[in-house]
Design a protein around this ligand. Structure first.
Ligand code: NAD
Length: 436
């Protein structure tokens, strides 16, 4: 099949690459001409493991192409996926201007039936709005459908997730739309054996917000437990392990730490709270999830303040800038909370994250980046760990202690064991475990 994907970011590019790998012909469209030029030169605008190879292979075999023109995308395929950003807007409400713009432009150029698929994460009832917009801007009297097909991939393992999803959710209102979606996903369903769930559009839209908010809730829950552990002298890692082995609870997303970040959880929880408010439900539970998440960062900042006493002129080495390992994405990353605070307190910052440094530098230009984590820690009064990259997990701790001016580690990801750190002579603060 021919497929157009509008938006070639973390989701759109992976989706387009995955569809082409499955044998479809895909045109990826983006209005960022710089991105499209890079992709045409087979340079990846984002870091995602394995993406380069899949893109290269499918471009070479003629199944994957790039364009800046939605008009071309509308002519190219019967099915058009919208994978543009839906960033936080006014008071946490999702900003749907990019989605609306794509819908409008597609409508203006349509001359025969098209299926417009929401791949972006959108609040429930966006499908209805999209239909109204399309109807308004159609130049010719042609039929169309809107569908919802939320994306559940995780940055860092996006390709594995795209080829082996836990489930595929499609929200449709006509058999024609359902058949097209089933045809597109047939190779993935056959290969992975996953279920393809058909539901109405509103339910599909809501499934995504409800899923992300649930995962954020799990993280905030274990973070709240971590605070009780600190007060009670318990170890949250052991508690979470004990909980997670219960199959009703599950091990994933039970890691206490500096709180969730990234381009999805903060904005999706915000949007879900806002949407619920708007339609008449005060989602207090999720408001508490947000409060706990913020408090977790402030709690860690208080530990830094307590340990350094005077932050001014202290050398602080920050290890990890991405919101999680395996990605260069720094959107809503905890690093974006700590760096400005420490700069304001006049700390002397040294930063390490070879994957995310470029994206971070676009937001905070002119800071000092060191390519080796151990070198980054040299002469530091304090090391702050914000991303559990393997390079950090595998640090030579003896060498780290020797490199630092004062052996103080504040670990926002619980990478090391307190007993070991104590044995080596570190002052070590982690989350929900006894300090040494
Ligand atoms: N990043 C994730 O892990 C993830 C996972 C699941 C769902 N989502 C959702 O998918 C959507 C996209 O997220 P992302 O992380 O890929 O965003 P992104 O910012 O990486 O990519 C969005 C792309 O859309 C392009 N774009 C914006 N307006 C456009 C227009 N009018 N025409 C053409 N291109 C346009 C931008 O230039 C950009 O390249 C969001 O709704 C997000 O919530 C993201």
């Amino acid at each position: 099949m021919n497929i157009t994907v509008v938006g070639t970011g973390y989701v759109g590019l992976v989706t387009g690459a995955c569809f082409s790998e499955m044998g479809h012909h895909v045109l990826c469209v983006d209005n960022d001409a710089r991105k499209i030029e890079m992709l045409k030169r087979l340079e990846m605008p984002i870091y995602e493991d394995g993406l380069q190879e899949v893109v290269e292979r499918n471009v070479e075999q003629g199944r994957l192409n790039f364009s800046t023109s939605i008009k071309e995308g509308t002519e190219y395929a019967e099915v058009i996926f919208i994978a543009v950003g839906t960033p936080p807007g006014y008071r946490g409400q999702a900003n749907l201007s990019y989605v609306e713009q794509v819908g409008r432009t597609v409508a203006e150029h349509m001359t025969s039936y098209r299926l417009l698929v929401e791949k972006s994460t959108v609040p429930v009832n966006t499908g209805e709005q999209l239909k109204r917009t399309m109807t308004k801007y159609l130049r010719e009297d042609v039929a169309f459908d809107v569908a919802s097909n939320p994306e559940f991939l995780r940055e860092g393992t996006a390709l594995v997730d795209a080829f082996n999803p836990d489930r595929i959710v499609i929200g449709v209102e006509s058999d024609r739309a359902a058949q097209l979606m089933e045809e597109i996903y047939k190779p993935i369903v056959e290969q992975s054996g996953c279920e393809l769930l058909r539901m109405n559009i509103a339910s599909a839209e809501l499934t995504k917000h409800a899923s992300n908010s649930f995962l954020a809730m799990k993280i905030s829950y274990v973070n709240a437990v971590s605070r009780v552990c600190e007060l009670a002298g318990a170890d949250v890692k052991q508690v979470a392990h004990g909980m997670g082995l219960d199959s009703r609870i599950g091990k994933q997303f039970l890691h206490a730490g500096v709180g969730y970040g990234g381009s999805c959880f903060p904005k999706d929880v915000d949007a879900f709270v806002h949407l619920s408010d708007q339609i008449g439900y005060d989602f207090q539970l999720l408001k508490e999830v947000q409060r706990i998440n913020q408090a977790q960062r402030e709690h860690l900042m208080a530990k830094i303040q307590h340990e350094l006493w005077v932050i001014q002129d202290k050398v602080v080495a920050i290890l990890g800038l991405a919101f999680k390992p395996g990605t260069d994405d720094v959107r809503e990353a905890p690093s974006l909370y700590f760096v400005p605070q420490l700069l304001e307190a006049k700390a002397n910052l040294r930063l390490w994250d070879n994957v995310a440094a470029k994206k971070f530098d676009e937001i905070h230009p002119g800071l000092t980046y060191i390519e080796d984590p151990l070198e980054c820690a040299r002469g530091a009064d304090l090391v702050l760990i914000l991303t559990d990259w393997p390079e950090i997990k595998n640090l030579d701790l003896k060498a780290l202690k020797e490199a630092m001016k004062a052996p103080v580690v504040i670990d926002g990801r619980n990478v090391f064991e307190p007993e070991k750190m104590e044995e080596l002579g570190f002052t070590y603060y982690s989350v929900g475990r006894p300090a040494t």
